[in-house]
Structure formats: structure tokens, C-alpha cells
Design a protein around this ligand. Structure first.
Ligand code: ZN
Length: 81
């Protein structure tokens, strides 16, 4: 059985072949096993979709609420003496 996600883990995108291809991994980059060109993890469109998915995962406004300083003096500092 061919698992789709497993396919992508074993293949990278080659712009020369315009397809996901088996690749050879070197220290810094990966190269197409068919033509020797540099390959990428995703095609450009998939790469954009990947980033878009990452952004959507982030909670919207789920972080710390930013308190804006009150208008007209909200000083916490009290001068004593
Ligand atoms: Zn190639």
C-alpha cells in the first residue's frame, strides 16, 4: 500500500523534472536522483500552502492581551517624601 505522506517524505520536488522525485541527500542540500538538480521539499505552490497552513494554525488573538496605557495619567509611580 502506498502511503501518501510516506511518499512525500521519500521524495522532493525537482523543478527540472517538474515532479516529486527520489533524491540524494548531501550535507546541506538534496539533489534529484534523476537529473542531479537541486530539489526542494515542496513545489512552490505546495510551499506556499504549507506556510498558509502554519499561519492558520496559530491562534488568533489567543496571546496575551495588550493593555494600552490609560489616557490622562495612569502612573503607577508615586513620589514619596
Ligand atoms: Zn530532476
Amino acid at each position: 500500500m502506498l502511503d501518501h505522506s510516506d511518499y512525500y517524505s521519500d521524495h522532493k520536488y525537482c523543478h527540472e523534472c517538474e515532479a516529486y522525485v527520489p533524491y540524494l541527500m548531501s550535507l546541506e542540500h538534496s539533489y534529484c536522483a534523476q537529473c542531479g538538480s537541486r530539489v526542494r521539499l515542496f513545489s512552490e505552490s505546495d510551499w506556499e500552502a504549507f506556510h498558509a497552513a502554519l499561519k492558520e494554525r496559530r491562534p488568533k488573538g489567543g496571546g496575551r492581551p495588550r493593555k494600552r496605557p490609560a489616557k490622562g495619567g495612569g502612573d503607577d509611580l508615586k513620589s514619596t517624601g
